[in-house]
Design a protein around this ligand. Structure first.
Ligand SMILES: C[S@@+](CC[C@H](N)C(=O)[O-])C[C@H]1O[C@@H](n2cnc3c(N)ncnc32)[C@H](O)[C@@H]1O
Length: 328
């Protein structure tokens, strides 16, 4: 992080300002290793590998840390030559392509494919994730002057209240232990008049028909590295079979039910990249410790109960999308 980035941070316990009190290593204008301290309660937070860390490096989301470091670039448009992430980001947020001068908060960034999109608007993008996926994001986006990457927890974020013009939280809420509380933690950080965008898995009985559903109670408890190797072997073994199944009517649904996340016919990716996405998303589904999909009615109620305005909640990307504005 850069020293001036403290302006975007606050103590997660008492909301007071933080200051850099020690720098052990400084390279090319950024603090590689050092200490941040709360000016009020004097708690210290480490800066490690250029990233301020407000939570233990290892936690329930470490499976995500592993998957996003192994697949650090897989879903980046700038790597795979598509516009899959760009289209999803702008279609979901409805935000303009130019946001210079505004502050955007991303929660649950994973490897940072949407950080890349948000940063392309020239907004200042502050990007938080609970897992060590932040290291993968830093490798791709950390060098940008308008990006700050932070390891922290949605339930106790190290930011100032009423600060950000826009917040987005894509692909994350269903993976938290208390989804409702995670949702209600977001509006606090928005400026009055600021815009919130979320998405979340839709509760769907069809999931009961998949092998993921029945395997997850076991797989989510396996060491992430062991599970990753098993998934890699399984997808490599199944891949030629999945190609044949895909030719059947509803073939990709059959593959999905067999825990082969098959994007053939959906995304314009090469055969090698499709296999890579299958390994990534199959692991994601089997490893995530929490998977709490919601109904449309529940998500609508949350937006209303949070007293947000201009609410739009509907089925869409990832199941359910929601957008709203904090009252001015
Ligand atoms: C499925 S990934 C989505 C990543 C990215 N948004 C994307 O769509 O490519 C979910 C992310 O949520 C993060 N996450 C889970 N619990 C969290 C929490 N309590 N606070 C912040 N992030 C969390 C995980 O570490 C993981 O990187």
């Amino acid at each position: 992080m850069k020293k001036e980035h403290t302006q975007y941070l606050a103590c997660p316990s008492c909301d007071s300002d933080l200051a850099v009190t020690r720098i052990d290593s400084f390279k090319e204008g950024s603090i590689e290793t050092g200490i941040l301290q709360c000016l009020n309660c004097k708690v210290n937070f480490d800066i490690i590998r250029y990233i301020p860390r407000f939570v233990p490096m290892e936690n329930y989301a470490s499976g995500f840390g592993l998957q996003w470091n192994k697949h650090a670039r897989t879903q980046y448009d700038s790597y795979n030559g598509t516009n899959i992430s760009e289209t999803r980001f702008f279609e979901e947020t409805h935000w303009p392509r130019e946001l210079h001068g505004s502050a955007v908060l991303e929660i649950g960034s994973g490897s940072g494919r949407f950080t890349e999109q948000a940063a392309s608007t020239r907004a200042m993008v502050v990007s938080l994730d609970y897992s060590y996926a932040v290291d993968a994001n830093y490798a791709s986006n950390g060098h940008k002057d308008n990006v700050l990457i932070v390891q922290g927890d949605i339930y106790s974020m190290p930011f100032k209240a009423n600060f950000f013009d826009r917040i987005f939280c894509i692909g994350v809420l269903q993976h938290t232990p208390d989804v409702e509380r995670a949702f209600f933690s977001l509006p606090k950080y928005l400026k009055p008049g600021g815009n919130l965008v979320i998405d979340i898995y839709r509760r769907n009985w069809m999931y009961l028909l998949t092998t993921h559903y029945w395997l997850r109670p076991i797989t989510k408890r396996l060491p992430a590295e062991t599970l990753y190797k098993l998934v890699e072997k399984y997808i490599n073994l199944m891949w030629p079979v999945a190609r044949l199944i895909n030719r059947l009517p509803k073939g990709n649904l059959i593959n999905w039910a067999l825990s082969v996340t098959d994007y053939r016919g959906q995304y314009p990716l090469s055969e090698e990249m499709l296999r890579d996405w299958a390994i990534l998303d199959t692991f994601d589904d089997l490893a995530a410790f929490y998977r709490n999909p919601q109904t449309l009615e529940t998500v609508k109620k949350w937006f209303t109960d949070a007293r947000l305005e201009s609410i739009e909640v509907h089925y869409g990307y990832n199941g359910i999308e929601g957008r709203a504005t904090k009252p001015s």
